[in-house]
Design a protein around this ligand. Structure first.
Ligand code: NDP
Length: 439
């Protein structure tokens, strides 16, 4: 029953999950008698708050802040904070809902939550970002704790923002504890956390290709986005011998058939957050397609020919027409770095065309899994080497892939990793809820 019709993305995510849970709901009657679905779609707690702050001109600005603590059956709430003007309750709810299945799928002891604000960091000075983060934490701190709720980054929230929020949390509580992940390596961060979502998403693609008796070597790859996930997807693709030829941002799409210059991309995006058109100053032979030249029914990046696609920017950035174009151009596999980047119609096209399709809640789970490794290091006052964390990440991604693939097989739909991921995450979560009683 849709009681909040404005929350389109939330209903989209719920419908996809409920659709693939039908086989398990039909056979396992205990989930119905315990009203697991009715309880799952209702967050345990939703916090909405005012975030007032002062800009550099001395004007007071006000934003809406959110933290949705969705489900704690498997551990403390865990999930990122997004700062983007498009943020609203429906977006945070869809992300929180996806997060509970994703976290269950990792096999780690983490519940699910998500938060953020409709704040636009673009064009804001460092001082403005700091004041905003401090004001945001002035409310959020009372809901957090290393065993209660441990947020991380997401769109618009990287190590700088995590640092300002951590500093304010420490000042308000007097406690130095692992209450945020994605921290700087100088003070409690984990090696590989920055790289983890992108690397994990490529490891997932490797497993999908292996099952088709293929690998990434020499494959032309399409990546969307130019932020944290996209950059480290591109880095890992190069390390594994593939050729990433695209990336994109909110101004347009870059196509460089000789391969994206990763150093140049990092210089443009990690420090200054420049628009991608500037890439042409160093590489005039590359092509930049501005937003105004995108096809009316989709995204320019998916109309370029490539064998493996990595949507790594945002939700619903890969449409039905985009999926049809990818299939027509011979795409073999799609591994989602972003959350719900493909529309339901696009996913149906991939599944019907036998394209290996790794849904975000499985393919991008390496980020939250490595956040849990950061929590484990903080709790035991240790720091592991890059190789150690990467080894664990690879193991976790292999486990997620196997569970997803085997579950799809067990429910009579081999290769349907959407069904495999949803059922596998659901069963762990639902059984934990039943064992913990009516709470
Ligand atoms: P970043 O903010 O680092 O990068 C986001 C990128 O996507 C930027 O290049 C941005 O463009 C582009 N983008 C964002 N919104 C839009 C939009 N509406 N239209 C076009 N382009 C857009 O975020 P992340 O890389 O961290 O996150 C990307 C995706 O991955 C999100 O869906 C996030 O939820 C998901 N994710 C992230 C994880 C993480 O560990 N960071 C973990 C799991 C999932 P511009 O540069 O112009 O701002």
């Amino acid at each position: 029953q849709k009681s909040s019709p404005a929350q389109a993305e939330f209903y989209q995510a719920v419908e996809e999950v409920l659709d693939s849970l039908q086989p398990v709901l039909e056979t396992e009657k205990r989930y119905r008698s315990h009203a697991i679905i009715e309880r799952l779609v209702e967050p345990e707690r939703q916090i909405m708050f005012r975030v007032p702050w002062m800009d550099d001109q001395g004007m007071v600005q006000v934003n809406k802040g959110y933290r949705i603590e969705f489900n704690s059956a498997l551990g403390p709430y865990k999930g990122g904070l997004r700062f983007h003007p498009s943020v609203n309750a429906g977006i945070i709810k869809f992300l929180g809902f996806e997060q509970i299945f994703k976290n269950a799928l990792t096999g780690l002891p983490i519940g699910g939550g998500k938060g953020g604000a409709n704040f636009n960091p673009k064009g804001r000075s460092d001082a403005e970002i700091m004041r905003f983060c401090q004001s945001f934490m002035n409310e959020l701190y009372r809901h957090l704790g290393p065993n209660t709720d441990v947020p991380a980054g997401d769109i618009g929230v990287g190590a700088r923002e995590i640092g300002y929020m951590f500093g304010q949390y420490k000042r308000l509580t007097g406690r130095y504890e692992g209450v945020l992940t994605g921290k700087s390596l100088l003070w409690g961060g984990s090696l590989v956390r920055k790289e983890a979502t992108g690397y994990g998403c490529v490891y997932f693609a490797q497993h999908m290709l292996q099952d088709r008796e293929q690998d990434l070597i020499g494959k032309t790859c399409l990546v969307s986005g130019a932020g944290n996930v996209a950059i480290y997807t591109i880095e890992k693709l190069y390390q594994l011998g593939a050729l990433p030829v695209t990336c994109s941002d909110s101004t347009g799409t870059l196509h460089h058939p000789q391969g994206i210059d990763l150093d140049c991309l990092k210089r443009l995006k990690e420090g200054r957050k420049a628009g991608l058109a500037e890439y042409l100053q160093e590489h005039p032979q590359a092509e930049f397609i501005p937003l105004s030249d995108y096809p009316a029914d989709g995204h320019a990046v998916w109309r370029i020919s490539g064998q493996v696609a990595f949507p790594c920017a945002t939700q619903n950035e890969l449409t039905l027409a985009d999926a049809e174009a990818l299939v027509a151009n011979g795409c073999l596999a799609v591994s989602e770095g972003a959350n719900m980047p493909s529309t339901q119609e696009a996913v149906d096209v991939f599944l019907a065309a036998n394209v290996s399709f790794g849904p975000g809640k499985a393919a991008n789970a390496g980020g939250v899994a490595t956040s849990q490794l950061e929590m484990a290091q903080n709790a035991s006052m240790q720091s592991w080497t890059f190789e150690e964390v990467d080894r664990r990440l690879q193991q976790i991604m292999a486990g997620i892939y196997q569970r997803t693939r085997d579950t799809a097989q067990a429910y009579g739909q081999p290769g349907n990793l959407v069904l495999g991921a949803n059922i596998s995450g659901f069963v762990r979560l639902a059984d934990a809820m039943i064992e913990q009683g009516l709470v």
